[in-house]
Design a protein. Structure first.
Length: 86
């Protein structure tokens, strides 16, 4: 270390609590990092995923996945025996 650096009055861990509160570092695997060019892409994807997960948890279904109940079965005529052809 250079002599002009003076740490005699330094306080160890002075900003530790503030840094811990406001910092959230996540390290992506290399293959995942290739899919997302920047932080905005990651955040946008995670927000979209969170919206979908929230819908699934709340039981609210999208129009595509909604199953509609079967209509009451219609009465049909009984099958008639076929007459043999001559």
């Amino acid at each position: 270390m250079l002599p002009e650096y003076d740490f005699s009055k330094a306080v160890r861990g002075k900003y530790h609590v503030r840094f811990k509160r406001s910092s959230n570092v996540v390290v992506l695997d290399e293959d995942v990092a290739k899919l997302f060019p920047n932080a905005e892409a990651v955040n946008g994807s995670l927000r979209a995923l969170a919206t979908v997960a929230k819908r699934a948890r709340s039981g609210r279904k999208t129009g595509v996945l909604v199953k509609r109940p079967n209509k009451q079965m219609q009465r049909t005529r009984p099958a008639q025996a076929k007459k043999p052809r001559r």
